[in-house]
Design a protein around this ligand. Sequence first.
Ligand SMILES: Nc1ncnc2c1ncn2[C@@H]1O[C@H](COP(=O)(O)OP(=O)(O)OP(=O)(O)O)[C@@H](O)[C@H]1O
Ligand SMILES: [Mg+2]
Length: 182
Amino acid sequence: MFRYLTRKCASPASPCCSPGALQWELPDEAATRALGRDLAPLLTPGMVVWLDGDLGAGKTTLVRAVFRALGYDGPVKSPTYTLVEVYVVSSLYWYHFDFYRFSDPEEFLDAGLDEYFRSDAVCLVEWPGKAAGFVPSADLALCLRFPSEASRSGRTLDLLACSERGRACLNILARPGFQGAA
Ligand SMILES: Nc1ncnc2c1ncn2[C@@H]1O[C@H](COP(=O)(O)OP(=O)(O)OP(=O)(O)O)[C@@H](O)[C@H]1O
Ligand SMILES: [Mg+2]
């Protein structure tokens, strides 16, 4: 069940941790995968999705579920070492980034990654904060976290729409019948 976020977020650098974001409880990996399944058909060419949050919180799991829902059954590896993994699914380019290993945000430009953010591509970005100031802004900003420092069980997801396209997605996701919706 989702609710509107009212508390302060543990990762204030992430835009999704602001009042107005929606919050979902994802009690297990299946719930993360279900959210990815529901999100997949809502993503359209040119969209940028930021995936922030705790290390090992399930960002890649969510992206993998998006690709599975689109009918891609090949390997979906974490781009932690390659920076970007490229997929062509449903005649569309999908780029999955992970900037965790950046020690300087300018590495984004040095690696020529700005060229991937095109109107015919969907970009899913893990650790966007590591390329702050250079990575294009998000249509949808997600933040996946452990429920508390003591608990490694389940996850909390905050989700904020940052554009009209993002709002269109979120309006559908929050409807009854979709993942987490009442
Ligand atoms: N809702 C959930 N509840 C419990 N475990 C989950 C949930 N969602 C994903 N996981 C588990 O979290 C683990 C880490 O997932 P994943 O590699 O996708 O994290 P990540 O956020 O991409 O990590 P990194 O920050 O290193 O890129 C996986 O073992 C996955 O099964
Ligand atoms: Mg990952």
